[in-house]
Design a protein around this ligand. Structure first.
Ligand code: PGA
Length: 250
């Protein structure tokens, strides 16, 4: 496989600056011999602190969201210019918590995707179905639609800076993981959608992470699947003891 494994930690709304720095320090030292691509995404308040720790290491600095506008009267939002200013390289967009709890729709997510790419940030675009959608046999259709909408207007050249994260909503933070076979089937489907939109090479090269209760004891089985190219890890990314074994899955 020519694709590189990409393991990302989404720290969500956890950790003070001191706690974040401690975790980042542990990861820098324990992953320095790691063979894959790595990212940590702390809260906005800890970005600068964590950025200073991971600088020069093999760990990228990610943000968990960005505003859809460059700047202006948007109380409570954080702009792409401000993220770049503190050294952010990647932004996670369309996470299910943003979609469902904060009611972000595909149009808004697409606007953020395009703005982030325009300013040189890489993007992890999250897609995934709810339990009801899965039970109604709509998992593929939902992921297809979120992928198409999320990437609308994104050029083939910019697609090279996009990673897709398939995160079934029912598997996030619940301890329920999609079976490697079920996950791989959706990944293959998303890859087919990318092929239809951007051609065979793009489909072959795009990195598709799996997310949803990835743990040290299931990471290797998931990564063994042909279409699973990495992981977006929530809960298990909050401690080096659980993130490092995932990041170094054997
Ligand atoms: P989880 O979260 O690993 O805690 O299920 C994954 C995510 O939300 O990215």
């Amino acid at each position: 496989m020519s694709r590189q494994y990409y393991i990302a930690g989404n720290w969500k709304m956890h950790k003070t600056r001191a706690e974040a720095a401690g975790l980042a320090q542990a990861l820098v030292s324990q992953l320095q011999d790691g063979k894959h691509k790595y990212l940590v995404a702390p809260s906005f308040t800890a970005l600068e602190t964590v950025g200073a720790v991971v600088k020069g290491s093999n760990i990228l600095l990610g943000a968990q969201d960005v505003a859809a506008e460059e700047q202006g009267a948007h109380t409570g939002e954080v702009s792409v210019l401000q993220l770049k200013d503190v050294g952010v390289q990647v932004v996670i967009l369309g996470h299910s918590e943003r979609r469902h709890t904060y009611k972000e729709d595909d149009a808004l997510i697409n606007k953020k995707v395009k703005l982030a790419l325009k300013h040189g940030l890489d993007v992890i675009l999250c897609v995934g179905e709810t339990l009801e959608e899965r039970e109604a046999g709509q998992a593929e259709v939902v992921c297809e639609s979120q992928t198409i909408w999320g990437l609308s207007g994104v050029s083939a050249a910019d697609l090279a800076r996009v990673t897709i994260a398939y995160e079934p909503v029912w598997a996030i933070g619940t301890g329920k993981t999609a079976t490697p076979e079920d996950a791989d089937a959706i990944h293959a489907y998303i890859r087919k959608v990318i092929g239809r939109l951007y051609g065979e090479d793009a489909a072959k090269n795009i990195c598709i992470q799996y997310g949803g209760s990835v743990k040290p004891d299931n990471a290797a089985q998931l990564m063994a699947k042909e279409n699973i190219d990495g992981a977006l890890v929530g809960g298990a990314s909050l401690k080096a003891e659980t993130f490092v074994p995932i990041a170094k899955f054997a």
